[in-house]
Design a protein around this ligand. Structure first.
Ligand code: PXP
Length: 237
């Protein structure tokens, strides 16, 4: 059964709407853990639009699971990661004006810089995951830069307009998972997963962890974050 990583960025997004102290993403993380989350995911964006350094340093002290820090390869963000020392860092592409992470990391195109960041993080004991499209070439490049974990981008699957498109995207993700497992990767998946589309992804043989944010925080508005995480946990199970 895959584990569940809960992304708490959007708790901080709501806080930033007023710039005060509530809702507190750390309180949310503790409730996520109580409800069965296996890890807490947070993205320190270069523009600091939601999660701030201060949140991360508070978070890492109190959570009982572990932090998976989503980050770009910008050197100033890598410096924060080196001080913070999360158990895991997930490298993602980042564009300033995007609403959310669009597409996976192009490991082939950014090979040198990505390899350098992977090495720096690994040398400090941080496990490194690369957020990539379910593409054989990207998996090969991920191997070459020395990452031990990949997270397959499920956005195309989640946004598929027709059942056939959805079926084909699912096939791509399954094929990529099989290939990556054979190459020795730990395989995670995420982006756009929700209560309606998560089951086929959770069913994929060998899938280690699903990282989910927006749908859980959206559902939490109505039922509370504990219930929202619990329900997702049950669906995955
Ligand atoms: N995994 C990665 C690498 C992401 O960048 C995101 C979005 O922050 C997620 C998972 C979660 O995506 P969503 O919010 O659509 O569930």
């Amino acid at each position: 059964m895959p584990k569940l990583g809960v992304n708490i960025d959007h708790v901080a997004t709501i806080r930033q709407a007023r710039g005060g102290f509530e809702p507190d993403p750390i309180k949310a993380a503790l409730l996520c853990e109580e409800a069965g989350a296996d890890s807490i995911v947070a993205h320190l964006r270069e523009d600091r639009r939601h999660i701030k350094e201060k949140d991360l340093f508070r978070l890492i002290k109190v959570i009982r699971t572990h932090l998976n820090l989503e980050m770009s390869i910008a050197p100033e963000i890598a410096d924060v990661a080196l001080k913070l020392k999360p158990k895991q860092a997930t490298l993602v592409p980042e564009r300033r004006l995007e609403l959310t992470t669009e597409g996976g990391l192009d490991v082939k195109a950014g090979f040198k810089k990505i390899k350098k960041t992977v090495q720096i993080l690994k040398q400090s004991g941080i496990e490194v995951s690369l957020f990539i499209d379910p593409d054989i070439k990207q998996i090969g490049a991920s191997l070459d830069v020395g990452a031990g974990i990949i997270e397959l981008h499920t956005g195309n699957y989640a946004n598929a307009k027709t059942p056939l498109q959805k079926k084909n995207e699912l096939k791509r993700i399954k094929k990529a998972t099989d290939y990556a497992l054979k190459k020795g990767f730990v395989v995670n998946a995420g982006h756009g997963l929700n209560y309606k589309n998560v089951k086929p992804i959770a069913h994929i043989e060998g899938m280690n962890e699903l990282n989910i944010g927006h749908s859980i925080i959206s559902h939490a508005v109505f039922v509370g974050i504990f219930e929202a995480v619990k329900k997702m946990r049950e669906l995955i199970r």
